[in-house]
Design a binder for this molecule. Structure first.
Ligand code: ZN
Length: 302
């Protein structure tokens, strides 16, 4: 038995060098993907047709993916992906479009309407959009909702209650404020609190359930997230509350400036990360005013 294991058979032959032609090049890989897509297209499309939503739909444009592709010649240099999501974030469709103009999404939306109608399923009533929720002018009036079953694809907008996604409203305001400003987060949290109210019915039910289980005290953060829905109040009161937040933070800007001046600091020398640097700039007020039009037009109210 001596000698067993003395020679490692695996190490006897060195591996030959990997021939570089085994590594697929980019055009080859692209071709493979396209070939695979074309082969499976009918099945993918059939599967996509079964993705339906019953409560709401949300549409969103994104630049992130397209800007990494070489598709400039096809979708233009402002290309975007246009995504339609249903309940629980289920993706109903992703499309490449040249820009955020809703002319491109119209065809996709018409297909979604037709998809629900041909399946005999009622359309979700609410559609959350990242743009084009109304005409952006005060006093915009919505078309009356069309009864389900009327199949005018050109009028797809009137089949939904169109809303502006609150996240986008906040993003539009938030991106005007420098990310390094120390009071930025507080301002956005205050704004969110001005927009959302807790659902009183949910709150009462939770408190009753807690009492029955012998638990005391106000709801914890986890309980709030899990059991209490947040609703958006009526347009005018939300707009008024948002204005109060803006005025409060403007006042804070003034106080910080006065304190900084009293401490001998020169306002023009402050960096954006300084607490005394104004948070509510002219630009913030301009964007805020535009968003208030959407709020007063009922674009975010439930
Ligand atoms: Zn609007």
């Amino acid at each position: 038995m001596r000698g067993i294991g003395r020679v490692n058979v695996a190490s006897r032959d060195a591996f030959p060098p990997l021939p570089s032609h085994y590594i697929p090049c980019r055009p080859h890989l692209t071709l493979l993907f396209i070939r695979d897509y074309l082969d499976n297209k009918p099945y993918i499309m059939r599967e996509l047709r079964t993705v339906l939503s019953s409560h709401s739909l949300a549409v969103d444009h994104q630049r992130k993916v397209i800007k990494r592709t070489l598709g400039g010649g096809v979708v233009g240099h402002g290309g975007q992906t246009f995504t339609i999501c249903g309940d629980f974030g289920l993706v109903c469709g992703v499309y490449a479009v040249p820009d955020t103009s809703f002319n491109w999404g119209r065809q996709a939306m018409a297909e979604i309407v037709e998809r629900h109608e041909s399946a005999g399923v009622e359309l979700p009533r609410s559609l959350y959009m990242d743009c084009s929720c109304c005409n952006g002018k005060p006093g915009f009036r919505r078309l009356p909702l069309q009864p389900p079953g009327t199949s005018a694809l050109a009028l797809w907008r009137s089949k939904f209650t169109i809303k502006l996604d609150v996240m986008h409203l906040m993003l539009r305001i938030g991106r005007e404020i420098n990310a390094e400003h120390p009071r930025r987060k507080k301002f956005l949290v205050d704004l969110s609190r001005a927009i959302f109210f807790q659902h009183e019915g949910d709150y009462q039910s939770l408190m009753e359930a807690k009492k029955a289980a012998g638990l005391d005290g106000p709801p914890t953060r986890t309980e709030r997230v899990k059991f209490i829905r947040r609703i958006v109040g009526d347009p005018d009161s939300v707009a008024d509350r948002m204005m109060l937040v803006l005025q409060g933070h403007r006042e804070l800007d003034n106080q910080c400036r006065i304190q900084a001046e009293a401490a001998g600091m020169k306002i023009s020398d402050l960096s954006v990360a300084d607490v005394a640097y104004p948070l509510i700039t002219k630009r913030v007020i301009e964007v805020f005013k535009l968003q208030l039009i959407h709020v007063r037009n009922g674009c975010i109210s439930d």
